[in-house]
Ligand binder design. Structure first.
Ligand code: F6P
Length: 346
């Protein structure tokens, strides 16, 4: 009989709801379906560098499906990034730990940066499987990452709550949503929460157009407005937050009392939504099926309703941004939602 496999699993980059569901999906499938051994690596790639890990037994995976965060811990450690200060050869240490542990494969759960590191470790000769996660929903090659749906619920709820207080005071409310490069969360929560103005990192905007639009709303007997901005929108100053910058420009340009809310890390915390629990579990189970067939060097993806995989090398430095002509943007423009540029209805 063939020797049962031994696999490592780590979570890297910013955390998000659903990481524990994915760890559980990988761990339970590996142990129950295939009789594999599972090693949990602490704090992302740092755990491999500093040799911090623990064997994960099946009972340790019970009760974690609904937990936010990650039981393994995470870090933004980038082992291939050159550092003048520390001369340690981190990639070699990672390979050394992988070999010392006798791993057959390492499962890397993370966003774009993690998948890029994972692809480089494939080049170093390791067997790797990537699983995409992030609230930003911007990992290249997959229609969706887990974490996004949970964050969408949180962001939408926050926008919903701004409507009543904005209406009471006849104010403009600016809310800043996470997303440095990609505006998926801002676009979706802005639409779901009935935002009047939505500003995305992918689209150029003009504050004069935004202000004219907001004044027009007042003329049209709409006494309050909700402005949803992504943290990564283009802005001249590097010190101010996107929300502060936009709120200041609105108050100066319209004379209407304006307040800002920065939602921040609340978007990344707490229990995953049912959809994220399911997606993370499906990703985890599929990852182990790939390992069982020794189909390494892949990242698990969602395409339509199906779970599939692509070569990790395809992900590279690519980021999945909101296309300027995204169908939701076109539809929103038809509803007179302002994206900060001249209105085009197609
Ligand atoms: O998880 C992605 C993300 O939430 C981005 O939207 C955000 O800019 C970034 O993480 C900030 O995370 P940290 O402060 O943990 O580096």
């Amino acid at each position: 009989m063939a020797r049962s496999k031994k696999i490592g699993i780590l979570t890297a980059g910013g955390d998000c709801p659903g990481l524990n569901a994915a760890i559980r999906g990988v761990g339970k499938t590996a142990i129950v379906k295939y009789g594999m051994e599972v090693i949990g690596i602490s704090s992302g790639f740092l755990g491999l560098i500093e040799k911090e890990y623990i064997p994960l037994k099946e009972h340790m995976l019970s009760g974690i499906l609904t937990l936010g965060g990650t039981i393994l811990g995470t870090s933004r450690e980038k082992p291939f990034k050159k550092s003048k200060q520390f001369k340690v050869d981190k990639p070699s240490l990672i390979v050394e730990t992988y070999n010392e542990l006798g791993l057959d494969c390492l499962v890397c759960i993370g966003g774009n940066g993690t998948q890029k590191t994972a692809a480089r470790l494939v080049d170093e000769g390791l067997n790797i499987i990537g699983i995409p996660k992030t609230i930003d929903n911007d990992v290249w090659g997959t229609d969706q990452t887990f974490g996004f749906d949970s964050a969408l619920w949180i962001a939408t709820d926050a926008i919903d709550r701004l409507h009543s207080t904005a209406n009471s005071h006849k104010r403009i409310m600016v809310i800043e949503i996470m997303g440095h490069h990609a505006g998926w969360l801002t676009l979706y929560s802005g639409m779901a929460g009935g935002g009047d103005v939505i500003l995305l990192p992918e689209l150029d905007y003009d504050m004069d157009i935004v202000n004219k639009y907001l004044l027009k709303r007042v003329e049209n007997k709409k006494p309050y407005s909700i402005v949803v901005v992504a943290e990564g929108i283009k802005k001249p100053s590097r010190v101010e937050s996107a929300a502060s910058y936009v709120a200041k420009k609105i108050e100066q340009g319209t004379g209407i009392e304006t307040r800002k809310t920065i939602l921040g890390y609340i978007q990344r915390g707490g229990s995953p939504s049912p959809m994220d629990r399911i997606l993370a579990t499906r990703f985890g189970a599929y990852a182990v099926d790939l390992i069982a067939r020794e189909d390494y060097g892949k990242m698990v993806i969602k395409k339509g309703e199906k779970i599939k995989d692509i070569p990790l090398s395809e992900v590279g430095s690519n980021v999945r941004l909101v296309p300027k002509d995204h169908t939701l943007i076109k539809k929103a423009r038809g509803l007179d939602i302002c994206f900060g540029s001249e209105k085009t209805l197609i």
